[in-house]
Write a protein that binds this ligand. Structure first.
Ligand SMILES: C[S@@+](CC[C@H](N)C(=O)[O-])C[C@H]1O[C@@H](n2cnc3c(N)ncnc32)[C@H](O)[C@@H]1O
Length: 311
């Protein structure tokens, strides 16, 4: 974990109180803490840093092997989805470039929530001074950090059935890696001080968390009160696998949050029920076609509907 991140961090278990963390460094390489521990000055909770990865979820007791985002096949699908253009594969999607263009007039510190294997974080680093990618999948964050450290990643791309072929993603030399970091954390209890981020992206995440409104609240808390931009994009594939129906922010005929998810998210950002203050100005809406590859003859094409907002 890069040392510059320390200034942004707080104890996620103490929220809504914001208590700082004390760092113990056991091994480092220049400004990268490889082994150590962060301890809350108030509650005493410990957050390990192992092999350079900071684990900042409030109540994690180890990897979550049951999550599909920890499996090799889903990891391979996401590596293709994020970096297929660098393989290069003519079928690759340019979704992350398109999303990044929507935030291009940002600066300051960026936050990529549910960053997976990191493409949006690297894209945001083209215009943000620093970017943090946060995700609760250890496999995804380990892979994103490997790309960050080495600039490359070899993985097995599925052809058909049990057949795979090894492919290697090589990040362009021109991509900034110094100002990017990835940590394990929970989008519903962010380990960051309030008002620290100028540019925030939540891509294809809000329909995957158990409390979608809490996700918006947390984004709102860590965003600057003035001079902030936010991009939220999602297919709004509401499912009881992720959240109970009562907590969906759309996709249902009856209140609360009847109607379409994007409309309700826009209203919430604009100040509805005063959940998100200060209110956001809606600067644009639209969609980006996002592609996931399962094997060489099977792709999922997803219309991810976005809102861009500023304040
Ligand atoms: C559908 S994927 C989207 C990934 C990435 N944003 C993209 O668009 O390619 C959802 C991501 O959110 C992560 N995720 C799910 N619940 C989370 C939570 N509570 N906190 C942080 N990340 C979470 C998953 O591990 C996964 O990487």
């Amino acid at each position: 974990m890069k040392e510059w991140l320390l200034d942004l961090l707080i104890c996620p278990a103490c929220l809504p109180a914001e208590h700082s963390l004390r760092a113990r460094v056991d091994d480092r390489q220049r400004d990268d803490i490889l082994e150590g521990r962060l301890t809350c000055s108030a509650c005493g909770a410990h957050y390990p840093i192992c092999s350079g990865i900071a684990f900042l979820e409030p109540h994690r007791s180890g990897p979550r092997p049951e999550s599909k985002y920890e499996t090799a096949s889903v990891l391979s699908s996401y590596l293709w989805s994020h970096y297929g253009d660098l393989l290069p594969d003519p079928e690759a999607s340019d979704a992350y470039r398109a999303w990044a263009e929507l935030l291009r007039d940002s600066c300051g510190t960026g936050l990529d929530l549910g960053s997976a294997v990191g493409r949006m974080s690297f894209e945001m680093s083209r215009f943000c001074e620093r970017v943090v990618g946060i995700d609760n999948s250890v496999a995804f964050i380990r892979t994103a950090r490997e790309l960050l450290q080495t600039g490359r990643k070899t993985f097995d791309l599925r052809l058909e059935g049990l057949l795979t072929e090894p492919v290697t993603v090589i990040l362009p030399e021109t991509w900034s890696r110094e100002g990017v970091e990835f940590i394990v954390g929970d989008a519903l209890a962010l380990p960051f001080r309030g008002a620290g981020f100028a540019s925030l992206a939540s891509l294809n995440l809000i329909d995957k968390v158990p409390l979608p409104l809490q996700h918006l609240r947390e984004m709102n808390r860590v965003a600057r009160a003035e001079g902030a931009q936010l991009l939220l994009s999602d297919p709004f594939s509401w499912s009881t696998d992720a959240a109970s129906e009562a907590d969906w922010l759309g996709g249902k005929p009856a209140a609360p949050y009847a109607g379409r998810g994007l409309d309700n998210v826009c209203e919430l950002l604009a100040g509805r029920d005063q959940h998100l203050q200060p209110a956001w100005r809606i600067a644009g809406q639209g969609h980006v076609w996002w592609k996931i590859r399962t094997h060489s003859n099977h792709f999922e094409l997803i219309r991810s509907c976005y809102v861009k907002a500023g304040r």
